[in-house]
Design a protein around this ligand. Structure first.
Ligand code: 4AD
Ligand code: MG
Length: 430
């Protein structure tokens, strides 16, 4: 018999089915063994009756423990008392892999579950999040392919910083010093002269000293870069992409979102246009609404982003941050040189910054000054400055934090739940 998924078996609803998976729960008496079997699609209750199997085979059933991998052939029928409304009366069962006492149960501390992540990632909540993550990755790709972009990977080993030297991870590269990518951007800026509109989803590394629930040392960034785009085109692209991602998850993962207790009504409101404010307007807004006075020129931090996120159901687009506190490649606004042509998108509900991007500076002079003030050696950026010498064009791009977006959509407490094997300052095993 061909194995089908538990979901397909329940769709069938009657007759003989063959399923396989892992034991999610079990209990027994001297006449029956009840097993709830789990596969990627769902769970289902199965009953093994002693009268059908006889003493010896029933003894085997009795030894089945949580996480035993098991194949089952039996007859499915609706049963209101069963956890998912169906039960399988087992005709044949094979234990494929026995299981020791499984260390994971509901009542363990988050730290213990993280220590055992290679096992706890089987938990249904984490599986649901992993499915949403898969959709988010697919949706980002789909969106940019439809927009005529090419997927163009760039090196992970890089000789220079992009987002500030203090969060670089150094790597010994033969007898030289290199760094793990903080961003795909600088190399992407070279590639747009060939492919014009490109994107990539890639691992990204930041030695973040902050132990917040939203910072990882290794995360995946979905980035795009496009020739001829200026800030307005960039903002449109970013908000339409986020709208597309959320819609795709609502279409493909409604069950998972329900299971996770996600804020589905709010997600349905994530439609363009998103609210837009300049940095300066944000300061005014927070002073008016929250009585919080932030001196102009100070970067917005977690607390301010959370305060702002309270007032909106949709992500908020913030532009024109103070030039001085921005990365070296973010250009001055010609209309107001104190601010940069840049954007952050803040998710509602306290999930913080999900997108950072900008138009790119075309002034080698301004970038050189900025790099010097950061203690960088401008000559290390000669190849990057070359891009401004040979047919330079206005261009823009952004990066989206994949784990942050998934945490927001899933209403997850901690970004660590969104990664199979999280890497933070304090956590790097297993
Ligand atoms: O704002 P960031 O630093 O922007 C860049 O790196 C640009 N070079 C991207 C570009 O223009 N192509 O990072 C982009 C996004 C942030 O908005 C955030 O969502 C996520 O990446 N991010 C992190 N996510 C998890 N853990 C961290 N430590 C993160 N740092 C940034
Ligand atoms: Mg940023």
């Amino acid at each position: 018999m061909k194995f089908i998924s538990i979901k397909e078996a329940m769709k069938k609803g009657s007759g003989k089915v063959a399923i396989r998976g892992w034991v999610y729960r079990e209990r027994g008496s001297n006449k029956f063994k009840f097993i709830v079997l789990r596969d990627v699609s769902d769970i289902i209750q199965c009953v093994i009756k002693k009268e059908k199997f006889g003493e010896d085979k029933f003894k085997e059933a009795d030894k089945i423990q949580i996480e035993c991998s098991t194949e089952i052939i039996g007859t499915i029928k609706p049963d209101k008392r069963a956890p998912t409304g169906f039960e399988i009366d087992v005709d044949e069962f094979t234990v494929v892999g026995w299981s020791d006492n499984f260390p994971i149960s509901k009542h363990q501390s988050p730290e213990f579950l993280l220590d055992k992540k290679h096992l706890s990632l089987r938990m249904r909540r984490l599986s649901a999040i992993a499915k949403v993550k898969s959709t988010v990755l697919k949706a980002f790709r789909e969106f940019y392919y439809k927009e005529g972009f090419y997927e163009a990977p760039m090196p992970i080993l890089q000789p220079i910083q992009c987002e500030g030297g203090s969060t670089l991870f150094g790597v010994k590269y033969y007898d030289k010093q290199m760094y793990l990518a903080q961003s795909w951007q600088l190399y992407a800026e070279a590639m747009i002269f060939s492919l014009e509109k490109i994107f990539c989803i890639a691992p990204t590394f930041r030695a973040e000293k902050s132990k917040t629930s939203r910072h990882l040392s290794e995360f995946w960034m979905a980035e795009m870069e496009a020739a001829w785009y200026k800030l307005p085109e960039l903002l449109n692209s970013a908000e339409r992409c986020v709208e597309y991602i959320v819609k795709k998850v609502l279409d493909d993962n409604l069950e998972e979102l329900k299971f996770l207790g996600a804020k589905i009504d709010k997600l349905k409101k994530v439609k363009v246009p998103f609210p837009r404010m300049t940095y300066t307007e944000v300061l005014e807004f927070l002073e008016k609404k929250e009585g919080k006075k932030i001196p102009w020129g100070k970067d917005l931090r977690t607390i301010e982003e959370d305060l702002l996120g309270k007032y909106f159901d949709k992500p908020v687009i913030i532009t024109h941050y103070p030039k001085e506190i921005m990365a070296f490649y973010k250009p001055k606004d010609p209309d107001n040189p104190k601010v940069a042509l840049c954007v952050d998108m803040i998710a509602p509900g306290g999930y913080g910054e999900i997108i950072g991007g900008s138009q790119r500076d075309l002034s080698v002079k301004d970038m050189t000054e900025m790099l010097k003030s950061m203690g960088e050696k401008p000559e290390d950026y000669d190849w990057y400055f070359d891009l401004r010498k040979y047919g330079s064009v206005p261009h823009s791009g952004y990066g989206l934090g994949v784990e942050r977006v998934v945490a927001w959509i899933c209403n997850s407490d901690n970004i660590k739940d969104v990664v199979a094997f999280p890497r933070t300052m304090l956590r790097f095993k297993p």
